[in-house]
Write a protein that binds this ligand. Structure first.
Ligand SMILES: *[C@@H]1O[C@H](CO)[C@@H](O)[C@H](O)[C@H]1NC(C)=O
Ligand SMILES: CC(=O)N[C@H]1CO[C@H](CO)[C@@H](O)[C@@H]1O
Length: 219
């Protein structure tokens, strides 16, 4: 009896470990439905044209945009750095800036990994209304981006550092046989390896979690 119970406990443990590791593995390559993240129905998001809804990936062409960015945040965890950065950007949006201007919250919050270093830059899209004259802040930078191609993979659930890395690898794998892989490979080194885009603010616990891995590239 005692032994039977222990075996039961052990098999329960093993199956939990197996379920746990399945939950970490990237989802299979489903055909992209080309839908915009739902958060963008309620918050202003950077605009783009859908170029291709592929199998496991989406190619988008983002319009030129203006962003407010933190300085590089040293952290061992991309998720932690994103939270720290978001807190500062949220204060900026709420009026903690040199012009004391309050803005509307936007989405997504974007974390950019720096290859080979444990530092992350966290950025938030500036509302169109405030792009003409973005308020300055001592410790934040206004950055502009040119129109950019981006390969995207949508992911649900909590994103740890390892999930972000695995999903970025899965995105690249799904692009392997497409015409996009050549320009992506050619852009490597000139552009950051990947971004993590987080669409639901930390205060939204009920909304379905959608995050995106983004690989920018030039044509
Ligand atoms: C926020 O967005 C609403 C709706 O678009 C707009 O009416 C309002 O003026 C905006 N507020 C600010 C502070 O920009
Ligand atoms: C970081 C920064 O510049 N913060 C300023 C933003 O605006 C408020 C209100 O004017 C100032 O008190 C902050 O110092």
């Amino acid at each position: 009896m005692e032994t039977g119970l222990n075996i039961l406990k052990l098999s329960l443990c093993v199956s939990l470990v197996v379920v746990g590791s399945y939950a970490q593995a990237p989802a299979p390559w489903n055909p992209s439905n080309g839908f915009r993240p739902g958060t963008c129905d309620h918050y202003e998001c950077p605009t783009y044209k859908l170029v291709e809804a592929g199998y496991g990936f989406e190619i988008r062409m983002y319009d030129a945009a203006l962003w407010i960015s933190t300085s590089p945040i040293p952290s061992l965890s991309m998720t932690q750095a994103t939270k720290t950065g978001f807190r500062r950007l949220n204060r900026y949006i709420e009026g903690d800036n040199k012009s004391n201007v309050k803005m509307n919250m936007t989405a997504p919050v974007i974390a950019q990994a720096t290859p080979g270093r444990s530092v992350y830059t966290v950025s938030l899209y500036l509302p169109k209304k405030n792009q003409q004259n973005p308020p300055q802040a001592d410790d934040l930078h206004v950055r502009s981006t040119k129109p950019t191609y981006v390969a995207v993979r949508q992911i649900g659930g909590y994103v740890s550092n390892n999930v972000a890395k695995d999903e970025a690898a899965a995105l690249m794998e799904s692009l392997r046989d497409s015409n996009w892989i050549l320009p992506i490979e050619k852009s490597k080194g000139k552009l950051p390896a990947y971004f993590l885009a987080v669409y639901n603010p930390p205060s939204h616990t009920t909304a379905r979690v959608i995050n995106e891995i983004m690989v920018p590239f030039n044509m």
